[in-house]
Design a binder for this molecule. Sequence first.
Ligand SMILES: Cc1cc2nc3c(=O)[nH]c(=O)nc-3n(C[C@H](O)[C@H](O)[C@H](O)COP(=O)(O)OP(=O)(O)OC[C@H]3O[C@@H](n4cnc5c(N)ncnc54)[C@H](O)[C@@H]3O)c2cc1C
Length: 562
Amino acid sequence: MPKGLGQQADFLIRYGPGAIPVVIQGYLLTPRLPLGRPGQPLFGATTFRNGYRLRFNKMAIPSDRGFGEYTGMGAQHFDVVIVGAGLSGIGAAYHLQHRLPGKTYAILEARDAIGGTWDLFRYPGIRSDSDMHTLGYNFKPWPGAKSIADGPSIRDYVRDTAREYGIDKHIRFHHRVTGASWSSKDARWTITADHDGKPVAFTCSFIMMCSGYYRYEHGYTPDFPGRAQYKGEFIHPQLWPENLDYTGKQVVVIGSGATAVTIVPEMAKTAAHVTMLQRSPTYVVSRPSEDKIANRLKKFLPGKTAYGLTRWKNVALQMLFFNRARAQPDKVRGMLAHMAQKELGADYPVSTHFNPKYNPWDQRICLIPDSDLFNQLKSGRASIVTDTIDTFTEAGIKLSSGQELKADIVVSATGLDLQFLGGAEVKVDGEAIDLSKRLTYKGMMYEGVPNMVSIFGYTNASWTLKCDLTCEFTCRLIKRMDKTKTQAVTPKNLSSDIQTTPWLDFSSGYVQRGIGQFPKQGVTKPWKLNQNYALDLLSLRFGPVTDGVMEFSKPEAPARAA
Ligand SMILES: Cc1cc2nc3c(=O)[nH]c(=O)nc-3n(C[C@H](O)[C@H](O)[C@H](O)COP(=O)(O)OP(=O)(O)OC[C@H]3O[C@@H](n4cnc5c(N)ncnc54)[C@H](O)[C@@H]3O)c2cc1C
């Protein structure tokens, strides 16, 4: 079927003398609508299923994205609106059009690009820190030979997926969603968005929030004492300057998380020296960037089978390692220290630089490919200093120990600024909802909030594992609404004494700083977040969508006048 055929849309049509704009909602039936460039006048004829046969001599398409445009004469309606065109948003669109082919949808994306995280971050060496067989979608095998992949390859994979399945045609770029307001009477959401400074609105029956979990505008930078006097270049990895030349420069990278351990070995290739300055250490473990078993399986088995088997192998290994770390933290701590010592040599002070105070998996463990960080430490091109900052100086950083680090460039790899639902305000029947006071249902819906799902991946495994399952469950919910002729589905908390805990039990700084704005989880099902793929698989793919908590309903009929 040609793209666009059967799509329901509002078309802004200008015709006749004076080019009066009218909006016609209908189904596009003509395979070859003579579309041109945005704003370009068009000539031709088309027929709509609702009976309109239009011969028009001028048609303006104000945008080249999607099928139609909000015109100010009424909000365009979709069955589903997806917010965000990152890994999750593109995955959500695939599941939706694959499982519910009759549904109309649009993706509203604040930026001008597909890929989210994998388009935004441009620092040297940007890569995944989990394997691509589980960070890739369940429906599209990861094509690369490397299992720990670089950022641009991941961005290409997300873009290729969007293009291959025609998802890119549904994206409205430069649409930052600012609010979503549910009306129980109409059983629909009104979504407001900022489109290049202009407010626009859409309505939809269901929202999938795929807006990630952090603020895009900037990362987190602590208030470093004396920073104003520093004369060198100061950079946050989230806003990496294009064409930064660090060849032969003295670099200090502040931080010890996934970003720092990625940047340090990459910059050390050409910088004079790179110092990783950490307040406290992180667990670091090296894995080969290529998965030999996966690549061997690919040679003998069909692509999808090989991918599926590798995916399960990696899920099982991740779960095994995580559960072991939680059950026997001291043993795992010893094992990680031993592995680092073996890599760095007997004289290296592993207990100072790689032995955190917290237990393994109380924070994310940093994975490095092919020992790259260890190799640069051994070569002397990079080093680690575990100390605190006393003050910035004109030429670098003075530490509490009195040591001074000279730096032409300081990279503040100090983390993200968490943000829930892309900063959008949520209202239900006119009441602003403070989601931090609500419970999350299975880590994807919110107590008392109808027809809204948000995608939030695992912290102890790849994001996409949960993303795929959440999308599948959402499609099952929508199917059930269609079957039962209901229009709303709401997790209802009927108990007043559910014990709650924070959404995440991670001790990482960025989690602790921002977790207060996130909903809580309960300690029992279905309000508990599993952080466990096997349990979620049973619950979200095979478990019932009706569980006594999820309420399917119709809008109340208006009361008759007496
Ligand atoms: C540097 C880095 C490395 C990572 N590495 C891994 C890894 O190896 N493995 C892993 O599992 N996870 C990793 N993560 C987590 C990562 O974010 C997820 O893997 C995944 O990319 C999240 O995809 P997403 O689409 O849900 O969110 P994002 O990638 O954040 O995309 C969200 C999209 O929504 C858009 N958006 C946000 N707010 C709005 C709004 N209000 N209106 C409209 N659009 C909006 C954004 O512009 C963006 O395009 C990493 C994160 C970072 C920052």
